[in-house]
Design a protein around this ligand. Structure first.
Ligand code: OOG
Ligand code: MG
Length: 266
C-alpha cells in the first residue's frame, strides 16, 4: 500500500483523493489540517465537493444530503458546536437486513436519525421549518453508520466537513409516513445494543424539530447556489450520541411511530 501522500495547503483535489484513498483502503489517517492548517470551512466544503466529484466520476449517483452535528448529544461528543452538511450517494445505502460490510469500514458507529424524502425541490434562502416540511413526501426512521477516515474520530469541524462528515452507510426504516399529522418533535427513539437500551431521544433533540434541520440545510446550500432536489434523501442528523458497532453485535433503533431498524455488526 502506498504511503498517503502529503497534501499541500490549498490543494483541494489532492486532499479529496487522500481521503477517498483512506476510505478505499480502510485505513485511518491523521487530520487534513495537519498539512493544511488554515483550512477554513469554505475550503473544507471545496474539498468535500471535489470528493463528491470524484465519487460521481467513478460511477456513484448523488441521492441526497446529510446533516451532521444537529443535536447537542452529537455536538458535545465531538466538541464541535455547529451543524455541517455532506453528500449521500447510492453507494452509501445499506439495504435493510444486510449485515454491516465490516471489511469496508474502519471503526463504524451507529446513530438513529429521522430521514426525509423530498416530494418537492427546496432552494434557500428564506426556507422556514414549515416550508421545509411542506416539501417532504415521506418521513422514515433510519440508522446512519458513520465511519471517520481520521484516527480515533479526532478532527476539527473543517476536517470533518472535508471528510464528508464521516459518511459511511445508512439504513432506512420499514415505514415511510406522510409528515401530515405527525408530531416529529415528539417522535421518540430508543437505541439498543444487543437488546439493552443504551440511549434515547425525541425528534426535538435535532434543532428543536427535524424540519428545522432540513430548513438549515436548504438555506446553507442556497448560499452556495445549490438546492435539494425532489426525490432527495435527507438525513437530519444523529438524535443521540453514536454507538460503536462491534463485530457480532446488533444495534436497533425503535421509533415510536416509524418502526424499528436493526443493523447487525457483521
Ligand atoms: C460527524 C458526522 C456527524 C451526525 O449525524 O451528527 C453526523 C461525526 O460525528 O463523525 O453524521
Ligand atoms: Mg449522522
Amino acid at each position: 500500500m502506498a504511503e498517503p501522500l502529503e497534501i499541500r495547503s490549498g490543494d483541494a483535489r489532492r486532499a479529496a483523493e487522500v481521503l477517498l484513498d483512506a476510505e478505499r483502503s480502510v485505513t485511518a489517517r491523521g487530520p487534513i489540517t495537519a498539512h493544511w492548517p488554515d483550512l477554513d470551512l469554505p475550503g473544507a466544503y471545496t474539498v468535500q465537493r471535489e470528493a463528491l466529484h470524484q465519487r460521481l466520476q467513478r460511477g456513484e449517483t448523488l441521492i441526497g444530503v446529510k446533516l451532521g452535528l444537529t443535536s447537542r448529544a452529537k455536538q458535545i461528543r465531538m466538541g464541535i458546536d455547529a451543524p455541517s452538511l455532506a453528500w449521500l450517494t447510492d453507494a452509501m445505502v445499506l439495504p435493510a437486513g444486510v449485515p454491516l460490510p465490516r471489511q469496508r469500514l474502519i471503526h463504524p458507529r451507529a446513530e438513529p436519525e429521522i430521514v426525509f424524502v423530498l416530494r418537492e425541490r427546496l432552494a434557500g434562502p428564506g426556507i422556514t421549518a414549515a416550508v421545509a416540511l411542506g416539501a417532504v413526501g415521506r418521513v422514515y426512521g433510519g440508522i446512519e453508520v458513520i465511519d471517520s477516515r481520521y484516527q480515533d474520530f479526532k478532527f476539527t469541524l473543517a476536517d470533518a466537513v472535508a471528510d464528508n462528515s464521516s459518511s459511511g452507510l445508512f439504513v432506512l426504516g420499514p415505514l415511510g409516513r406522510s409528515p401530515e399529522g405527525m408530531d416529529l418533535a415528539h417522535e421518540a427513539c430508543l437505541l439498543e445494543v444487543d437488546g439493552r437500551v443504551v440511549d434515547s431521544a425525541t425528534g426535538a433533540a435535532v434543532q428543536g424539530h427535524p424540519a428545522e434541520a432540513l430548513a438549515l440545510a436548504a438555506n446553507a446550500l442556497g448560499e452556495r447556489g445549490l438546492a435539494i432536489e425532489a426525490g432527495a434523501v435527507v438525513l437530519t442528523g444523529g438524535m443521540t450520541d453514536a454507538v460503536h458497532v462491534q463485530p457480532g453485535a446488533s444495534v436497533a433503533a425503535h421509533f415510536s411511530t416509524l418502526g424499528t431498524i436493526t443493523v447487525a455488526g457483521g
